[in-house]
Design a protein around this ligand. Structure first.
Ligand code: MG
Ligand code: MG
Length: 246
C-alpha cells in the first residue's frame, strides 16, 4: 500500500506518541519496578495525548505494552514481577491517532548489566539502523532483512525467524511481512509511500523460539538472552523517514 502525504502526516503524529511512551517508560525502568508499573506509564501518555492503544485488546492482549525480560523475545504480558539489577527488558508499544498506527520497541538494561548483554542490545539496535538504510525506492523487502541479518550474525548472534516486521497504516499489522533475514533481492519493490514496522529480534544463542503456556510470551528455546528494536518508517521520495522518533 502507498500512503498519501496526508496519511503519513497522521502516522507521524502517532509515531510521536509512541516515542513519548518510550521516553517515559525508559525513565521509569530501574531495579524494583514491575512491568505492570511500566504499562501504567504507557497508559498515562496515551491518555495525555488523546491516543488509543493498538495493543490493548489485540486478540485479547490485556495491556498497552509488551514487556519481555531477559530470555523473552516478544509479547510478554506485563505482570507484578519485579525487575532487578542486571536484567534486560524489551518494551514494545504502539498508538493510534486519527485511525493511523505507530509501533516501536526498544531494549535496555536494568541498572548495570553484563557487557555481553549490552553488546547484544547495541548490535540489535545497529541491525535495525542497517535495515533502515536499505529503505530506498528500487530495493526490495528482503534487502532490509539481509542487512539486519549481516549485522547480527557478524557479531556472533542470531535473528529470529518465526516473528517478523510488517507493513503498517490503518491496521497495525498489514501485508507484506518484513523478515529480519535475507537473501536480499526478494519480495515486493519498495516504493515512496510504503510504511513498514521493521523489528529485528536478535538472540545471543540460537534463533529457536518457544511459546509460553499463557499463549503470548515467546522465549528463546535455549534460554539465552534476546533483544528487540523496532521503528515505524515511511519511505519518501528521498529515502526513509523514521516516524517513531521524538
Ligand atoms: Mg511492536
Ligand atoms: Mg510491530
Amino acid at each position: 500500500m502507498r500512503r498519501s502525504a496526508d496519511e503519513i502526516a497522521k502516522m507521524r503524529k502517532a509515531g510521536k506518541v509512541v516515542a513519548e511512551m518510550h521516553e517515559c517508560i525508559r525513565m521509569a525502568i530501574r531495579p524494583g519496578v514491575t512491568t505492570l508499573d511500566l504499562d501504567r506509564v504507557g497508559r498515562d501518555v496515551l491518555d495525555r495525548r488523546g491516543a488509543r492503544s493498538n495493543f490493548l485488546g489485540y486478540h485479547g492482549f490485556p495491556a498497552v505494552i509488551c514487556a519481555s525480560p531477559n530470555d523473552m523475545i516478544v509479547h510478554g504480558i506485563p505482570n507484578d514481577t519485579v525487575l532487578v539489577e542486571g536484567d534486560i527488558i524489551s518494551i514494545d508499544c504502539g498508538a493510534i491517532i486519527q485511525g493511523y498506527h505507530g509501533d516501536a520497541a526498544f531494549t535496555v538494561g536494568v541498572g548495570s548489566i553484563a557487557s555481553e548483554a549490552q553488546r547484544l542490545i547495541d548490535v540489535t539496535e545497529a541491525s535495525l539502523t542497517a535495515g533502515i538504510a536499505q529503505m530506498y525506492e528500487g530495493n526490495r523487502i528482503s534487502d532490509i532483512g539481509q542487512a539486519v541479518q549481516e549485522v547480527a550474525e557478524a557479531a556472533g548472534f542470531s535473528v529470529v525467524r518465526e516473528y517478523v516486521g510488517h507493513a503498517i497504516g490503518t491496521e497495525m499489522h498489514e501485508k507484506p511481512e518484513v523478515p529480519n533475514y535475507g537473501p536480499g533481492g526478494r519480495g515486493p519493490k519498495l516504493r515512496p509511500g510504503n510504511v513498514f514496522a521493521v523489528e529485528p529480534m536478535v538472540n545471543a544463542g540460537d534463533y529457536g523460539t518457544r511459546l509460553l503456556d499463557d499463549g503470548w510470551g515467546v522465549v528463546t528455546a535455549d534460554g539465552a538472552l534476546s533483544a528487540h528494536f523496532e521503528h515505524t518508517i515511511a519511505i519518501l521520495d528521498h529515502g526513509p523517514e523514521v516516524l517513531t522518533l521524538p
